[in-house]
Design a protein around this ligand. Structure first.
Ligand code: ADP
Length: 349
């Protein structure tokens, strides 16, 4: 733990020496975050530290994020999964500068999102972040062609007609719908609309692409190709991608999947590759600063852990066992004939 804090301290020190001043948040991603020395591990592009979000509705308080920690590297494609109500959209809104946390810290690139003025937040949303929403009506204007739709964000930012036409063309080609550029959204399939939406989100060269259920309205095969597209664009444009989804199969296509339960990160699934070939996934349970770990509910259920688990300390690892065993061992945390049952002693023969 101390080592982790020291490493983070060293990284932050290196960042403060090498990073551009706050005004550089308005520059495209190539200017964001390159560590000074190759000896240091690269500083994460996104850092969420003990993030708390409490919504107040009248007298009722809802804790949407309960001390969430997350780090994302530049250029990484991350999926956030979790059941409904676990805090995924809240996190996405905070990362996108659409909402502010109640407590904790969040930095994207060199930008401290809590330190931004309303004007700074507006520029952050315009210049640093690209959004892809689930509903295409929120991504695309129905009366503009794909080509015009992609040019619109650049037009609003004052980019000249020749430059924005060239970039719109490049982007539509990069997302694989260049031959559809004269079509309006109503003349495109769901998958094609999503591809145009991704081109729009990339129009102003964001460092961070946020996608909310981007595959929610397409079939599973198209969903896979869209997430593959996010990955290739991340590598091509150096953009970091965070995708919120309830679709666990997305994990096959992203670099890392982080599961959120009850407003905290719970476990991670990291793609293992040899060259360009996926050879498997490594699964991790996240341990927070106080040493707490949260096991995925399906694993807890599968091995029959209930209120408590037994921990075996081996030389170089820990084993977590359900209490349920007989003959001098435990059963659901309760003693039964010398063993425990549901946390209470039972001496009946
Ligand atoms: P998810 O995206 O994982 O479904 P959300 O981030 O939308 O979860 O919500 C997390 C919790 O916060 C839920 O209990 C939800 O009801 C609550 N919540 C979200 N937004 C608001 C809001 N604007 N006002 C009050 N409660 C909210």
């Amino acid at each position: 733990m101390i080592k982790k804090q020291e490493a983070r301290g060293r990284r932050q020190e290196a960042r403060s020496k090498t990073l551009h001043p706050a005004s550089s948040i308005l520059h495209p991603p190539s200017s964001i975050l390159h560590p000074a020395s190759s000896i240091l591990p690269p500083a994460p592009f996104i850092v969420c530290d003990d993030l708390v979000k409490v919504y107040k509705t009248g007298e009722i308080e809802t804790v949407a994020l309960a001390g969430l920690d997350l780090e994302v590297q530049q250029g990484e494609v991350l999926a956030i999964i979790g059941p409904s109500g676990s805090g995924k959209s809240t996190l996405l809104n905070i990362l996108g500068g659409l909402d502010q946390p109640t407590a904790g810290q969040v930095t994207v690139g060199e930008v401290d999102l809590l330190g931004l003025t309303p004007d700074g937040l507006m520029r952050y949303r315009r210049d640093v972040v690209g959004f892809v929403w689930q509903q295409n009506a929120r991504n695309l204007l129905p009366y503009l062609t794909a080509f015009q739709n992609v040019q619109l964000p650049m037009q609003l930012r004052g980019v000249g007609p020749r430059e924005r036409a060239a970039r719109a063309h490049d982007l539509l080609e990069a997302v694989g719908v260049a031959e559809r550029l004269a079509h309006r959204p109503g003349e495109l399939s769901g998958g094609e609309q999503q591809r145009v939406a991704i081109a729009i989100a990339l129009a102003n060269g964001p460092g961070l692409l946020l996608a909310d259920e981007p595959t929610g309205s397409v079939d599973s095969q198209t969903a896979g190709t869209i997430v593959d597209l996010f990955r290739s664009l991340a590598h091509q444009y150096g953009v970091t991608v965070v995708i919120v989804t309830h679709d666990a199969s997305i994990a096959q296509h992203v670099d890392r999947t982080v599961a959120i339960y009850d407003g905290r990160t719970s476990f991670e699934r990291v793609r293992r590759t040899a060259g360009n070939v996926v050879v498997g996934h490594d699964e991790y349970v996240i341990v927070d600063k106080t040493g707490r770990l949260q096991l995925p509910p399906e694993l807890v259920e599968r091995v029959g852990i209930t209120r408590r688990a037994r921990v075996h300390v081996a030389e170089d690892h820990l084993e977590i066992w359900p209490e349920a065993m007989n003959n001098g061992t435990m059963n659901n945390g309760t003693m039964n004939n010398g063993t425990m049952n549901n946390g209470t002693m039972n001496n009946e023969q």
